[in-house]
Design a protein around this ligand. Structure first.
Ligand code: FAD
Length: 314
C-alpha cells in the first residue's frame, strides 16, 4: 500500500490491524495455560505427548487435564497427570468433578493428587454421563462445584480454578443466579475462573464487566478454543450454550473437506480474538488444545510468546 507524506495510509492499516500497533507498543505477552484430555488409545497418547513436547517450551503457567463426562476417565486423568509430573517441569492441574462419586471418594482422589505433588485442581460439577437425561448428584456426593471447592479446601491447601460462563450456563435459573454461583465458588476458596469458550471478544468483555460489578475480584481467564473442526465446534457450542456468530459460519462455509484452508482460517480467527482481548488488557489465556499443538503454537507466536531461551553453554 502506498504511503503519503503524512503516513496516513500506514495509520489506516494500523487501525485495521490493532494488534500490530499494540505489539509495537511493547508490553509483556500474556501468560498462557493449556488444556489436554486423557488419551484413550496408544495412538491418541502419541498425539498428546507430541503436543505436550511442542507446547512445553512456551512455559505455560499450568497445563490441565480434563475428567471425562460422568467421571469416566478417573484413572486415565490420574495417569496423565502423574506422567506430566514425572517427566516434565510443567505444573499439572487436575480437573475433578462431583459426578458419580461420594464426597469421601472425591476427597480420596484429591488426596492422592496432593501426595503426588499436584497442587492445582480445576473443580467442576461435571457433566452427566452421555446416557443420563439430566445431572443428578451422587448419593453422599458434592452437589455443585461450590460444594466441591469447599471440600477441597478441607483436604489440603490446593490452588483451585473453577468454570465461568460468559453466555450463562444452560441449566442456570438466570444470568444473575449464574453470577451468584460464580461468586459462591470464589468465596468458597477458588483463586481464578476459566471461562467456557466464546468467539466474539465483546462476549467476554461484557461478562468481565458484570463479574467486576458483582464484586468478584479473582482473575477471569478467557478459555480459547481454536477451531480444528467446525462441525464439531458447532455441536459443542450447541451443547454448552455458546453462540457461533454468523460471520464465523460464513468463514468456514465450504471448507469441510479442505483441512489445510480451514486450519489457516482457524488460526487467523483465533489470533484476531486473542489480539482483541490483549488490546483490552487481558493478561492470561487458557487454550482448549484438543491435544493438538499447531494452532495454539501459531496463536501464541502471534502474541509474542516464544520458547524459553536455551541455557547458554557453560
Ligand atoms: C474451564 C472448564 C473446564 C471443564 N472441564 C470439564 C471436565 O474436565 N469434565 C467435565 O465433565 N466437565 C467439564 N467442564 C464442563 C462442566 O462440568 C459443565 O459445564 C457442567 O455442566 C457445570 O459445571 P460447573 O463446575 O460450572 O457447575 P456449577 O458451578 O456447580 O454450576 C452448575 C449449574 O448449577 C447452577 N447452580 C449452582 N449452584 C446452585 C444452587 N445452589 N442452586 C441452584 N442452581 C445452582 C449453576 O448456575 C449452573 O447452571 C468444564 C467447563 C469449563 C468451563
Amino acid at each position: 500500500m502506498a504511503t503519503d507524506a503524512t503516513g496516513a495510509a500506514t495509520d489506516a492499516l494500523r487501525r485495521h490491524q490493532p494488534w500490530q500497533a499494540d505489539a509495537a507498543l511493547g508490553g509483556p505477552p500474556p501468560r498462557v495455560s493449556f488444556e489436554f484430555f486423557p488419551p484413550k488409545t496408544d495412538k491418541m497418547a502419541e498425539t498428546l505427548w507430541r503436543a505436550v513436547e511442542r507446547l512445553a517450551p512456551l512455559e505455560p503457567r499450568f497445563v490441565s487435564v480434563t475428567y471425562g463426562a460422568g467421571g469416566s476417565t478417573r484413572e486415565r486423568t490420574h495417569a496423565t497427570i502423574a506422567r506430566l509430573k514425572r517427566e516434565t517441569a510443567l505444573e499439572p492441574a487436575a480437573h475433578l468433578t462431583c459426578v458419580g462419586a461420594s464426597q469421601a471418594e472425591v476427597d480420596a482422589v484429591a488426596r492422592a493428587y496432593w501426595d503426588l505433588g499436584v497442587r492445582h485442581i480445576v473443580a467442576l460439577r461435571g457433566d452427566p454421563p452421555e446416557d443420563a437425561e439430566a445431572y443428578e448428584p451422587a448419593p453422599d456426593g458434592y452437589r455443585y462445584a461450590a460444594d466441591l471447592v469447599a471440600g477441597l479446601r478441607r483436604v489440603a491447601d490446593f490452588d483451585i480454578s473453577v468454570a465461568a460462563y460468559p453466555e450463562v450456563h444452560p441449566e442456570a435459573a438466570s444470568a444473575v443466579a449464574d453470577l451468584d454461583n460464580l461468586k459462591r465458588k470464589i468465596d468458597a476458596g477458588a483463586s481464578r475462573a476459566i471461562t467456557q469458550f466464546f468467539f466474539a471478544p465483546e462476549t467476554f468483555l461484557r461478562f468481565r464487566d458484570r463479574v467486576a460489578a458483582a464484586g468478584i475480584r479473582a482473575p477471569l481467564v478467557p478459555g480459547i478454543l481454536p477451531v480444528t473442526n467446525f462441525a464439531t465446534v458447532q455441536r459443542f457450542a450447541a451443547m454448552c450454550g455458546a453462540a457461533v456468530p454468523d460471520w464465523m459460519s460464513r468463514l468456514f462455509d465450504g471448507l469441510d473437506d479442505d483441512p489445510q484452508t480451514r486450519q489457516l482460517i482457524a488460526a487467523s480467527t483465533a489470533i484476531e480474538l486473542c489480539q482483541s482481548l490483549r488490546a483490552e488488557g487481558v493478561s492470561q489465556l487458557h487454550f482448549y488444545t484438543l491435544n493438538r499443538a499447531e494452532l495454539t503454537l501459531a496463536i501464541c507466536h502471534s502474541l509474542g510468546i516464544r520458547p524459553a531461551a536455551e541455557a547458554p553453554a557453560a
